[in-house]
Design a protein around this ligand. Structure first.
Ligand code: MLT
Length: 337
């Protein structure tokens, strides 16, 4: 989806400016799709703290968690049009606006946190940031690393793709994720993130997938009993700012914003590594969730889902883009078509 009205910096700057002391101060609104407490919130809090510190208190950011400022996909439009300062959302909710980032959500490309870091912090991350500015009018300033997406459901232990039979699984409105479930033999239900908890609670859908930290932050354990310890997509959650707004900042401020984004990203990685295991344990010990290991080291899941890669070569910019990512991860190129 290509956006045309990308640059309305004046609107944002005026909305965000207020006089404070002897300087022009600005107070930014930072949206997160997730509730307080998860990786999005951690990145948001760190970024807000750093930007305040780096600007001597002249720039502050207030965090609006839990989709208060709109669905994750709405916040991309709003940031690009200058109606919102900052947002943190899952990468899968940016893909519809900037399809080349889909290389990060192709199933089983990123298999762990280290892979996620390599791709986002290297040349591929830089390229995708440029593409997102071009296609969606938003700049990625930093990344939350949220962990592998784990399948949850309210009905039964799921070990292999055929166990999905009879389950309605919610997925983001993301073609790659929809196709992954279709490859496993079921038709998932694409729903906005903001509607997911209620849909699970009311039994409109039986399951969904998201990382352990998100399952905990969103209290999904209240409505889901079973988790499959799978890793078909790694959840990356960029911090974005409208490019119009970024360009309206003076060079010193741009530098402060980029540095705050980078430092907050490093913090996010450490946060994941330090907390994921204990949150996983808490989901079992305190919230009674049952964790199931995928059968045969996830072999069947991998074989079936990776069949969809070629369907997305055009949208990610060609097979060579996937091969570049695999090479950066020290893996073999994708099989020839
Ligand atoms: C989604 O499932 O739509 C997102 O991954 C949720 C999130 O942002 O945590």
């Amino acid at each position: 989806m290509k956006l045309t009205k990308l640059m309305l910096p004046a609107a944002i700057s005026i909305a965000g400016l207020a006089l404070s002391g002897n300087a022009l101060a600005q107070n930014w609104k930072l949206a997160t799709g997730d509730a307080a407490g998860g990786t999005q919130y951690e990145l948001a809090t760190k970024f807000a703290e750093l930007i305040e510190e780096k600007t001597g208190g002249d720039t502050t950011a207030d965090i609006f968690p839990n989709g208060q400022l709109g669905s994750e996909q709405d916040t991309v439009n709003n940031a690009s049009m200058g109606l919102l300062d900052l947002s943190i959302l899952a990468i899968n909710n940016i893909t519809p606006f900037s399809p080349t980032v889909g290389v990060l959500t192709l199933p089983y490309v990123i298999q762990n946190a280290e892979d996620a870091k390599k791709l986002t912090q290297g040349d591929i991350g830089k390229q995708l940031t440029e593409n997102t500015i071009r296609d969606a009018g938003v700049r990625i300033l930093g990344w939350a690393y949220s962990g592998c997406r784990r399948l949850t459901n309210s009905s039964k232990a799921v070990e292999k793709p055929s166990d999905l039979d009879g389950l309605v699984i919610r997925v983001p409105k993301n073609e790659i994720m929809i196709a992954s479930y279709q490859a496993w033999g079921v038709n998932p239900n694409p729903l906005a993130w903001s509607e997911t908890f209620t849909a699970l609670q009311q039994g409109v859908v039986d399951g969904q997938d998201n990382p352990y930290i998100t399952i905990d932050a969103m209290k999904f354990y209240e409505v889901q009993d079973h988790v499959t310890d799978s890793c078909y997509v790694f959840s990356l959650e960029p911090l974005i700012m409208g490019e119009g707004q970024f360009q309206s900042l003076d060079p010193e401020m741009q530098e402060a914003v980029l540095a705050a984004g980078q430092e907050a990203t490093e913090h996010s990685y450490d946060y994941l590594i330090e907390t994921e295991d204990s949150i996983k344990k808490k989901l079992v010990d305190e919230h009674g969730m049952t964790i199931t290991q995928p059968a045969n080291d996830e072999k069947e899941w991998i074989e079936q889902a990776t069949q969809i890669w070629p369907q997305f070569y055009d949208s990610i910019g060609g097979k060579e883009k996937l091969d570049e990512a695999l090479q950066a991860l020290g893996r073999e190129p994708a099989p020839a078509e």
